[in-house]
Design a protein around this ligand. Structure first.
Ligand code: ZN
Ligand code: ZN
Length: 338
């Protein structure tokens, strides 16, 4: 089969590789759509370390091609959603249902063969039957939707709260849709790209802010009678925005960290402690307990407005480059006709 293989920064190639062999607990999936993630572009730039020689990509929808003898919950021909992680199943986080932070977890497309190929395989526990109404294009975005939704489940906004979301990337936008689903009195989204901020407004942001032209802290204070936000969700992962998040939160507020910075960050811990601001974190997602695919199918988490481009599989390298464009939000790769 054809696969897009990561050989190192700046070096990805189409290769002929064997169709993955499955064990009794695994599922072989024929890829329908894959979606490009920021991680793919960062791997290409050398900014995100990944295993060399692996098939890239971790966001995809597909149809079951074959199942191992012990897999009974899906069958060949079934459209499915893929949670792109492999975990140990026996460590304490796994046993307590927190398998997303399994110490032995491996991510498809980063540490294990991924989805930019005609077929990919996963353990049965990472494969979910797609609801009938779930469009295969939207199904390819369940993974980033799940990452945003998981963070919001952990932060648990309430309808009386003012929530600030920093970051207008796909995760930031799915966080916004999740906060809207939970209910919040006021939602402020901060970002840099006009197209994404316009979309944030359509998706339910009460106010959008574009630093540095606009002063985020001044606007948050203005919107909260000078007290600060009840919940700040940081999904940009930049040193300045992580540092600033403390100063946007009111005393006894919560800060949820989702973005991962590439460098050490200056952070005002004294202010955090003195004002009893709770610092929360979120990594990857939980499908088994949070059912993000059902929310995408029902368009409570609506993936459609985030899809800006679709490329054929043989144009996958162009797709990764296109994902960095000013107008791109999510770029899909179609395997229909390869
Ligand atoms: Zn991703
Ligand atoms: Zn584990």
């Amino acid at each position: 089969m054809r696969a897009l293989v990561f050989e190192g920064p700046g070096d990805v190639r189409f290769k002929e590789v064997p169709v993955p062999e499955i064990s009794s607990d695994e599922v072989l999936i024929r890829t329908t759509y894959a979606a490009v993630c920021g991680t793919d572009a960062h791997m290409l730039d050398g900014a995100f370390p990944a295993k060399r020689g692996i098939v890239m990509g971790h966001e995809a929808s597909g149809v079951v091609e074959a199942v191992g003898s012990r897999v009974t919950h899906v069958a060949p021909g079934q459209p499915v959603v893929a949670s792109p992680i492999v975990v140990c199943g026996s460590c304490k986080p796994c046993r307590s249902g927190r398998y997303n932070i399994c110490g032995l977890r491996r991510h498809l497309g980063i540490e294990a063969d991924g989805v930019y190929a005609e077929f990919f395989k996963l353990p049965g526990y990472s494969v979910y039957a797609a609801p009938d109404e779930l469009d295969p294009k939207e199904a390819a975005l369940v993974e980033p939707a799940a990452v945003g939704y998981h963070a919001v489940c952990r932060a648990a906004p309430t309808p009386s709260e003012t929530v600030v979301i920093i970051g207008d990337g796909p995760i930031g936008l799915f966080i916004l849709e999740s906060v809207v689903a939970f209910g919040a009195q006021r939602i402020i989204v901060s970002g840099h790209r006009k197209r994404r901020l316009d979309l944030a407004r359509e998706l339910g942001a009460d106010r959008v802010v574009r630093p540095p032209e606009e002063d985020l802290k001044a606007i948050v204070m203005e919107e909260t009678d000078g007290t600060g936000a009840d919940l700040v969700i940081e999904a940009a992962g930049r040193a300045e925005t992580i540092g600033e998040s403390v100063h946007l939160a009111r005393s006894a507020a919560r800060i949820m960290m989702v973005g991962i910075p590439g460098e050490p960050i200056p952070f005002d811990f004294i202010d955090l402690v003195r004002r009893e601001v709770d610092l929360l974190t979120s990594d990857a997602s939980l499908y088994a307990t949070e059912l993000p695919h059902e929310l995408v199918a029902k368009r409570i988490l609506d993936a459609r407005p985030l899809i800006t481009h679709t490329f054929r599989f043989d144009e996958a390298v162009d797709a990764i480059h296109a994902s960095k464009g000013q107008d791109a939000i999510k770029v899909l790769i179609s395997f229909d006709g390869i």
